[in-house]
Write a protein that binds this ligand. Structure first.
Ligand code: FAD
Length: 577
């Protein structure tokens, strides 16, 4: 009878245990979990803090007792594995209730210890009221703190997915939220122009946020946390949530002598086997080659951890039969009213890696425009200039973002191309999509670019000199122009372009734009076929241009008078305290 020891009882560990039992009724399976809970919904924690999930018990997919009973697993909570003896094939376990330690032997060991939140060495970081969000006890502490201290102002340090989910959930509770982000944008998997749309949305919600700023110290003054930023600015805050990233919890594996990769994760092969064949590892703690980049990557997502659990269990039960193919980091988050999703590589990463690519931005409606409540969807894809191989996609929108990112991720995961995007057959009726889905449109536009039917230019290529040198043609209707335009552009609405073509110089580069890119594309086709030699369509149109040229940060909105989330302005009592 095989004896399998599993370290970590949440996403990866619990999944492995349950599948193992289904594969082998006789095996002895021991699950060690340092905390008090197993198999809980870490992804739901921000929503429990925000009272969106109202019942604490809903966070628990399984209790240790129910799990043990159903799967005949020896679940040991408050039990921390502190040492692994690879030669002797045993682990040292500390019973955190009694403080006593003991050894437990294994035939196969599975490590799913997760990732730990980074706590940067900022002066004052250990003061009361500064939290990270990893597990249920963290969440309980945050909720209790909010209630006991009547928290009015919260600071989120780091604007990643978890940071923004926390921002939304604290806001939902009526707390004034400030975000400080060191980068020039929120959500680093996104490229700047896609993040810029998120910035504008956060502004519309009266979330205060600072970009290109970091926290240099925390101090406790008069019962509040005074946070100093790199610019010297001080913020008076009641609660701080640190969301500056996580790192693989690989210390135990490292100390045992297991191979650790360049990114600090436990190194595993395609069978999820570590450098010791009797030890498997999975989840946030591992690193594995990225399927597109072919370089080691750490992926902190629940989906891959759960799927790896099944692979590990099968490989233990059946011998190494199932291979793991890696994750392309398909992720999604709700950011207030927006849905933000990404898969594969961003333009930023491709640029850093020196991989040739083309990027294209399209704006479509979430469903047929004539059916009520169609909402805008911004979709960016990056792909190979020759073969159209898809490298990555990002979507910011409202309805239907989830299904579209999943479809693109499926194609990307199969090493598909922009031609595959065109051919996706989607379910269509007016409330759900259009006869040509935004995913199809992205594929059509990409093909037009690759085949030279249209040349494109991007917002970041529009330097002042470029705008000077070029003839900027706005083909929108005059009433649209009134709402904002590119300085120096000349408006000739598309429908009158053919009759007013004489006004356009033939010896200049012509950059055409409309709201989203479609009318400009039609104009480009007319002009190119009328002998204009250098005609370019502005990818993403004025919409993307406006997102990036608006002010990005939203600083100082809570100084003096405050704008509440109901949109009203109140005199700030907070600043006086
Ligand atoms: P975990 O699920 O973290 O489990 C590791 C467990 O191992 C922990 O309970 C830890 O206590 C235990 N452990 C560690 N060391 C030891 C030891 N030495 N002895 C005993 N026990 C030990 N992902 C998404 O895809 N979508 C989301 O929306 C999403 N939202 C998230 C929101 C939050 C607030 C957090 C924290 C994470 C979120 N994630 C999300 C990430 C997702 O939860 C993780 O990717 C996933 O849980 C990883 O599974 P894992 O098994 O590797 O680690």
């Amino acid at each position: 009878m095989a004896k399998i020891v599993i370290v970590g009882g949440v996403a990866g560990g619990a999944t492995t245990a349950a599948r193992l039992r289904r594969m082998d009724e006789q095996a002895e399976i021991i699950l060690f979990e340092r905390g008090e809970y197993i198999s809980y919904a870490n992804c739901g924690l921000p929503y429990y803090i925000g009272d969106v999930i109202t019942e604490r018990k809903q966070l628990f997919v399984q209790t240790p007792e129910a799990f043990a009973a159903r799967f005949k697993i020896d679940v040991r909570i408050r039990a921390e594995v502190t040492d692994i003896d690879l030669r002797g094939k045993q682990v040292t376990v500390v019973n955190l209730k009694t403080g006593k330690s003991y050894a437990e032997s294994y035939d196969k060991l599975v490590l799913s210890p997760g990732a730990e939140p980074v706590r940067p060495p900022i002066p004052g970081i250990d003061l009361e009221g500064i939290f990270t969000v990893r597990n249920v006890p963290d969440t309980d502490r945050i909720k209790e703190y909010i209630e006991q201290h009547k928290v009015q102002r919260a600071l989120i340090v780091g604007a990643g997915f978890i940071g923004l989910e926390m921002a939304e959930n604290l806001y939902t509770r009526g707390i004034f939220v400030t975000i400080v982000e060191m980068a020039e944008q929120v959500m680093t998997p996104l490229d700047f122009e896609m993040a810029a749309e998120v910035h504008q949305h956060l502004k519309s919600k009266n979330v205060e946020f600072y970009l290109n700023e970091s926290v240099t110290s925390f101090e406790s003054r008069l019962g509040r946390l005074v946070t100093t930023l790199s610019s010297g600015k001080e913020l008076r805050i009641d609660l701080v949530i640190l969301g500056v990233g996580v790192r693989p919890e690989s210390t135990l594996a490292r100390q045992a002598g297991l191979e650790i990769g360049d990114r600090g994760g436990i190194k595993v092969d395609e069978y999820l086997q570590t450098s010791d064949p009797d030890v498997y590892a999975l989840g946030d703690a591992i690193e594995f080659p990225h399927p597109v980049l072919a370089k080691p990557a750490t992926i902190y997502l629940a989906g891959p951890a759960n799927k790896q659990g099944r692979i590990v269990a099968d490989n233990i039960a059946l011998g190494n039969k199932r291979r793991y193919n890696g994750s392309i980091a398909t992720a999604i988050a709700k950011v207030f009213d927006l849905t933000v999703a990404s898969t594969g590589l961003s333009e930023k990463t491709l640029r850093t890696e020196g991989i040739p690519f083309i990027s294209s931005i399209t704006h479509s409606a979430s469903h047929a425009g004539y059916y009520p409540d169609a909402q805008p969807t911004s979709l960016k894809i990056v792909f190979g200039p020759e073969d159209g191989r898809l490298f990555g996609a990002q979507i910011v929108g409202y309805g239907g973002v989830d299904k579209r990112i999943d479809v693109i991720a499926t194609i990307l995961g199969c090493s598909g191309t922009i031609y595959d995007l065109q051919e996706i057959e989607h379910a269509y009726a007016p409330p759900f999509s259009s006869a040509k889905d935004p995913v199809n449109i992205a594929g059509f536009v990409a093909e037009n670019i690759i085949h030279g039917l249209v040349r494109i230019v991007h917002w970041h290529e529009l330097s002042e000199e470029e705008l000077e040198r070029s003839f900027i043609l706005d083909v929108r209707r005059p009433e649209e122009v009134k709402r904002g335009k590119i300085e120096g552009s000349v408006n000739i609405p598309l429908n009158s372009l053919r009759s007013r073509m004489k006004k356009i110089p033939r010896d200049k580069r012509i950059i055409v734009y409309c709201a989203a890119g479609l009318r400009a594309y039609l104009a480009c086709r007319i002009l190119s076929q009328s002998g204009f030699p250098e005609v370019y369509n502005l990818s993403g149109g004025h919409k993307t241009y406006a997102f990036v040229t608006e002010r990005q940060a939203n600083e100082d909105i809570f100084q003096g008078d405050m704008i509440a989330k109901d949109g009203n302005i109140y005199e700030s009592e907070i600043e006086q305290s």
